[in-house]
Design a protein around this ligand. Structure first.
Ligand SMILES: [Zn+2]
Ligand SMILES: [Zn+2]
Length: 290
């Protein structure tokens, strides 16, 4: 198998600096780490959590808790990223402005006005919650698994993703099968097919709204065998005609930047992808993998 062209494809399109309460490391520290790992492009995707039930609708700005509705934080975030872009240009690193919006029913109406007026390069939409509980956190995930039959979980999970895609507000779907994080151990292999009844509708909405997906490598750091989505779903999406894909580590600390990216690119190639995509001002630009 031919290895990907490192210089062309060493990118990380899912990175959380310390604006997210669960992340540590400044934008400059992440950029420094990216340069050291030989990355050519990094896209910051801080969390934008708006679910009022969970009361987590805040970000951290230089250590201070700030509501996502406060007018200034996105400006601060954007300025820091654009400044880093200038500072790291001579080290051959491009720095992009992204965001990871937490998807749940009704999210569209609760996004802050500043979200709509910010010139993002990439808007990622990701489900972390099922009925206000976090499927991405072990204890809450187990509660969810106890509450719903597997097929009901699939219905709820994919309904939120498809409805969110229909809003036209998102460019890519983040970690599409994150229910595997704790679901593989709870349900066994059955959960690997959770997407099957929803594939047709998912692909249709992604095509209609020109939405791509990411290969998220964080599952490897948590002991799973496959990235998110797993290669069976990656192949099914490509077969359905979805060929816009990014790769991201979901780093929450500078040392995690770039983790698993080469391996993810290899999997994309094995699945039949010929390109991955970079984004500028929310427009994808494919770059060849080989
Ligand atoms: Zn996420
Ligand atoms: Zn993330």
């Amino acid at each position: 198998m031919r290895l990907p062209e490192a210089g062309m494809t060493m990118i990380d399109y899912h990175v959380h600096p310390s604006y997210s309460a669960d992340a540590s490391g400044s934008i400059e520290e992440f950029c420094e780490a990216a340069v050291q790992k030989g990355l050519r492009e990094i896209c910051f995707t801080t969390h934008l959590d708006a679910d009022p039930v969970r009361e987590e609708d805040f970000v951290m700005v230089r250590g201070e808790k700030v509501s996502i509705y406060s007018p200034d934080w996105l400006e601060d975030y954007e300025l820091s990223i654009r400044n880093a872009g200038d500072a790291f240009a001579d080290q051959n690193l491009k720095v992009k402005l992204g965001v990871e919006v937490d998807l749940y029913p009704g999210v569209i109406d609760q996004l802050p006005e500043t979200f709509h007026s910010t010139d993002f390069d990439l808007v990622v939409g990701s489900v972390h919650l099922v009925n206000h509980k976090a499927i991405s956190l072990m204890e809450e995930a187990i509660d969810i698994f106890r509450e719903y039959e597997l097929s009901e979980l699939g219905n709820r999970y994919y309904r939120v993703i498809i409805d969110s895609i229909e809003s036209g507000l998102f460019d890519i779907v983040g970690h599409l099968d994150i229910y595997r994080r704790y679901g593989e151990e709870y349900y066994g292999e059955d959960i690997l097919k959770l997407w099957e009844p929803h594939l047709e509708e998912l692909v249709h909405s992604m095509k209609t709204h020109r939405v791509g997906f990411e290969v998220n490598t964080s599952s490897w750091r948590r002991g799973l065998k496959e990235p998110m989505p797993a290669s069976s779903l990656i192949q099914a999406l490509l077969k359905g005609g979805i060929d816009t894909v990014t790769v991201g580590s979901d780093a929450h600390r500078p040392e995690e930047v770039g983790s698993g990216i080469g391996r993810a690119i290899s999997i994309l190639m094995e699945c039949g992808f010929q390109s991955t995509s970079l984004y500028d001002c929310r427009v994808p630009r494919p770059i060849r993998l080989y």
